[in-house]
Design a protein around this ligand. Structure first.
Ligand SMILES: NC(=O)c1ccc[n+]([C@@H]2O[C@H](COP(=O)([O-])OP(=O)(O)OC[C@H]3O[C@@H](n4cnc5c(N)ncnc54)[C@H](OP(=O)(O)O)[C@@H]3O)[C@@H](O)[C@H]2O)c1
Length: 237
């Protein structure tokens, strides 16, 4: 149980990659604080965690309501006295559209979830992660930032902003014991992927459970990488 005694916060844990990662972290011994908007999805993740012998705390939350995120770090400190692992996985595809037709509400929502929420989470949890013996932060992103793609401007621009922010934070914390990385899951059979590729046969894609072990490895005490974009997919580049 390499993560025994550790507290992990996982965003976007109501389904998909976040749910699978929360279950994997709990299997490795961490107590997992799981967050998303959908209470029913969080309960399903919690059920799976309990079935595998782990424990979780549910924290229903809309990441687009940025100022509420300021309370997360202090609340975790009050409840657990620590935070060892942050998996910032929640993401929004926005709406695929020519750049000139992107609607303000769609832009604002994707920016709020993919960028602003992660900055707020860092503000709120950095002191706890830096105080942990082997603090780990993983931000789930997409390789699209290296390959700008027509109609994917909202998603790509927000993930590119996330990359920049995280690599700056990694530079600022290089001499600490905190290891901060970006995880690239490649294509995965999830609701978000279906939004971008509605006609695709998802049975041929990796499942979230194929991705979760790689992300959980990035949260382990043995992780030495820092500020890197790490491919966590069975599909080679
Ligand atoms: N699937 C892929 O092929 C792929 C490829 C590259 C990168 N990624 C990245 O992987 C991450 C996970 O996505 P996924 O594929 O697992 O998608 P998913 O199954 O659709 O899950 C997205 C998660 O984000 C949460 N979320 C979205 N908006 C939120 C909000 N406003 N407040 C709180 N939580 C919110 C959702 O929870 P609620 O709806 O319950 O709030 C859900 O738990 C994302 O960052 C995505 O960009 C995915």
């Amino acid at each position: 149980m390499p993560l025994s005694g550790k507290i992990a916060l996982v965003t976007g844990a109501s389904r998909g990659i976040g749910a699978a990662t929360a279950i994997e972290l709990a299997k490795r011994g961490a107590h997992v604080v799981i967050t998303a908007r959908t209470q029913g999805g969080l309960e399903e993740t919690d059920d799976a965690i309990r079935k595998s012998g782990g424990t979780a705390t549910l924290l229903p939350l809309d990441l687009a309501q940025g100022d509420k995120l300021e309370h997360i770090g202090p609340t975790l400190y009050e409840r657990f006295g620590r935070l060892d692992i942050l998996v910032a996985n929640a993401g929004s595809l926005g709406v695929l559209s020519p750049v000139q037709d992107i609607q303000p509400d769609d832009w604002t929502e994707a920016l709020a979830v993919n960028v602003t929420a992660n900055w707020r989470l860092i503000r709120s949890t950095a002191r706890l992660l830096l105080a942990a013996e082997a603090g780990r932060a993983v931000f789930v992103t997409s390789r699209i930032v290296l390959h700008p793609t027509a109609y994917w401007g909202t998603y790509g621009a927000t993930k590119a902003a996330l990359h920049h922010l995280i690599q700056c934070w990694a530079g600022e914390t290089a001499t600490s014991t905190l290891r901060i990385n970006l995880a690239d899951p490649g294509p995965v059979a999830t609701a978000l992927r279906r939004g971008g590729f509605p006609g695709e046969d998802q049975s041929k894609l990796p499942h979230p459970t194929d991705i979760a072990p790689g992300i959980a490895d990035m949260c382990g005490p043995a992780e030495t990488r820092h500020g890197e974009l790490v491919r966590v997919s069975p599909i080679p580049l």
